[in-house]
Design a protein. Structure first.
Length: 723
């Protein structure tokens, strides 16, 4: 593969400068910041990337904050400056998985990151690389290429990326404070790309002369849409304003008929994909103009060509600005928000970054009173004063909740004319009270406030009201989800043992962790049944499925096993045969895995039978943990003639048994035997510690996932040595 953008000189070794004096960036901050930025820009140049971004985790480790960027279109910077750590984008996934994430094209992006593909439906390649201090991931950096490049990275490019990562990590480690965290800035810095070739004195006037002689409109824009040059025909097309009036202004702010979403969307497309693109636009005079956009990493050349009259289009018919891209961004992000807290966080991040909001609070009506669901930026006094207040009281929040009409107040004087008490709340200067409207009812009110006077344009009022509508739908889903989740957890809790029995010479600890997807109820179960002072039956199992049917069947299986296990003549194999016959009698479509042990502490041994369940782990005193291998029988509920062999195993004082369900070990792409061996290694390394702490240690090693798709049951048993 060709080495994109490679310079003739070799890679510079450690300790030397990456940038020559003529190409050095103007320092954007402290020396460490400047060195990080220089490294980012040089890596982009050396690999041919046209967009580069650097992210660091905030102090809580919950948000990736953009520190610097190069080449990103101005309208997109605010939307991507804050990324929740659990978001499904390459930059965050690289941090969570602690490995590089490579997406070669739009098709792969749509498959792995559908929400991002919906928001940025352009052709490009992207690589996200994690950044570490020692063994701790503190952020990531991202490079993006146009789709015209090869579908994989070459050895030279990987060499450059490895060196840049090493340099960034060194700088981060040197700049880290006592808490071993690098300093994080709240607002991203915009970096200038290195020039692709040195400027030539004769080129600039020649280029101006070429453009000025054309009768078509020629406009040069930077990556934020600012006009840096235009010829006379372009100035005439854009409304007849003088060059001085237009230079330096954002094109779609300066020209009314370019304010609609069509042109801005084409601009984003050109910059991100680095591919030429066109669109047809109608001018106030009814003339159609073809806008041809030619991008490179430093900006966009806009070629405007008049194509004649457009009979059906005029200025009144042209779309007005409604921040369509911002709404799409929020809508796509809200699809991943399951809980009320997640919805509040997503909307807060969006409003702070895009709308410049300082404070926000969300209220719903519950039992005729206001209840705060979440707030950000407001003082506790303000929130507590409204929380619990009757909806009928003459508060602006309650009034909007009753009428469903949004209210906007651009300064304190305007607000004081209608509702003076709000002026005492946190010294805010401008307010918007937005109804959370659903098709059949008003769900609540969203209150946003600004620190400075803020005149609300018609477009902004429409946008904020639309944002509130999206929030209302997401909150409705989240409240329903949380109600179902709470009911499911109550059901699950009622079906599991309230407490484990006391048995002489035996210590026991158990944990159940529900799945975080769906209604949150599963079929995992455990039990410890006391037979007499020195004997007990331990059981753990997993009913197929994650629904109320699985939970109900789990209760029946657990009850049947409990009844059969107390028979002094029944060994573990017999108990499982009885449970198998019960499931076949119930004629259910669900299957169950189960492992059952009969512990005899006087004999210092246990007998065990297994019905298709992961084997327990046994850690002998002072030894390593190993799986208890017993020939497994089939799952319960399949074969009416199934047999479950019983094996007897020594259980010495000081030994520990770990019984678990597959949610503790299974991970995509990991073989089951390897997963069991991994858990055994953790149990061995855990050493001597109380069982409840040992349980937390093992749960902490469960495979991490954005949404845990399986529940976990864990039962730990220790044969206590006599003093």
């Amino acid at each position: 593969m060709a080495r994109v953008g490679r310079r003739e000189e070799p890679m510079l070794s450690r300790g030397t400068e990456w940038l020559t004096a003529s190409h050095r960036l103007r320092p954007a901050g402290p020396p460490a910041t400047s060195e990080m930025d220089e490294t980012l820009v040089r890596a982009a140049r050396e690999t041919g990337a046209h967009i580069a971004m650097l992210y660091l985790l905030d102090a809580a480790g919950e948000v990736l904050l953009m520190q610097s960027q190069m080449g990103l279109p101005g309208p997109m910077v605010g939307q991507w400056s804050r990324l929740r750590a659990e978001a499904g984008v390459p930059a965050t996934v690289a941090v969570r998985r602690r490995e590089r994430v490579w997406v070669p094209d739009l098709e792969e992006l749509a498959r792995r990151f559908p929400a991002m593909a919906f928001l940025v439906p352009y052709h490009f390649s992207v690589l996200a690389t994690p950044l570490r201090i020692d063994d701790r991931v503190v952020g990531s950096w991202v490079l993006m290429w146009s789709s015209s490049r090869q579908p994989r990275l070459g050895s030279y490019e990987l060499e450059v990326i490895d060196e840049a990562t090493r340099r960034m990590e060194e700088v981060l480690k040197e700049s880290a404070g006592d808490d071993q965290r690098p300093p994080v800035t709240p607002q991203p810095r915009t970096l200038t790309p290195l020039p692709s070739r040195p400027s030539e004195g004769a080129r600039t006037p020649a280029a101006f002369g070429f453009a000025d002689r054309l009768r078509d409109g020629c406009v040069s824009l930077d990556l934020y849409g600012h006009i840096t040059y235009l010829n006379d025909p372009a100035a005439e097309m854009l409304g007849g304003a003088s060059h001085g009036t237009l230079l330096g202004r954002v094109l779609w702010d300066a020209v009314d008929w370019l304010r609609g979403p069509v042109f801005k969307e084409r601009f984003r497309h050109a910059v991100v994909s680095q591919q030429p693109t066109t669109c047809l636009l109608g001018t106030p005079g009814g003339v159609t103009v073809e806008a041809r956009l030619h991008p490179d990493p430093t900006g966009v050349s806009l070629h405007l060509v008049s194509t004649g009259k457009l009979p059906l289009a005029d200025s009144s018919a042209h779309p007005q600005p409604h921040h369509l891209h911002e709404l799409l961004h929020l809508a796509a992000t809200l699809t991943r928000a399951l809980t009320v807290r997640q919805v509040i966080e997503v909307v807060t991040d969006h409003m702070m970054a895009v709308c410049g909001v300082h404070s926000m609070a969300v209220f719903i009506a519950e039992g005729g009173r206001l209840r705060v669901l979440g707030s950000h930026g407001f003082s506790r006094t303000f929130v507590e004063r409204l929380n619990g207040m009757p909806v009928d009281c003459l508060t602006m929040t309650g009034r909007v909740m009753r009428t469903g009409e949004a209210r906007f107040y651009g300064d304190r004087e305007e607000m004081g004319e209608v509702y003076k008490p709000a002026l005492d709340a946190d010294d805010m200067e401008a307010w918007a009270f937005l109804p959370l409207s659903l098709p059949d009812r008003l769900a609540g009110t969203c209150v946003v406030a600004f620190e400075q006077p803020h005149p609300f344009s018609g477009a902004e009022r429409t946008t904020l009201t639309s944002l509130a509508g999206l929030m209302a739908q997401a909150l409705d889903r989240a409240l329903l989800y949380e109600a179902k989740d709470q009911a499911a957890h109550c059901l699950q809790t009622s079906l599991l043992p309230r407490r484990l029995p006391d048995i002489e010479d035996l210590e026991a600890a158990a944990r159940y962790v529900p799945a975080t997807r769906g209604v949150g109820v599963g079929g995992d179960f455990y039990d410890l049944i006391r037979l007499h002072d020195h004997a007990a039956v331990a059981v753990i199992g997993d009913v197929q499925g994650h629904n109320l049917s699985a939970a109900a069947l789990m209760g029946q299986v657990r009850t049947a096993i409990h009844a059969s296990a107390t028979d002094p003549e029944a060994d573990p194999g017999t108990v499982l045969r009885n449970a198998n016959r019960l499931l076949l009698y119930l004629d259910t479509d669900l299957f169950t895995s189960c492992v059952l042990l009969h512990l005899d502490l006087r004999l210092r041994a246990f007998s065990i039978a297994n019905a298709g369940h992961p084997p327990p782990l046994l850690r002998a005193p002072g030894g390593a943990a190993e799986p208890v291998e017993v020939p497994p029988g089939p799952l319960l509920g399949i074969d009416p003639d199934a047999e479950y062999p019983t094996l007897q195993v020594p259980f010495s004082p000081g030994a520990i048994l770990a019984l678990y369900t597959d949610g503790l070990i299974e991970a995509p792409g990991v073989h089951l035997d390897d997963a069991i061996a991994r858990l055994a290694a953790y149990l061995t390394k855990a050493g001597q510690q109380p069982l409840h702490l040992l349980g937390e240690t093992l749960l902490d090693q469960a495979p991490a996932a954005e949404q845990r798709g399986d529940d976990i049951a864990l039962l730990l048993l220790e044969h206590l040595p006599r003093p």
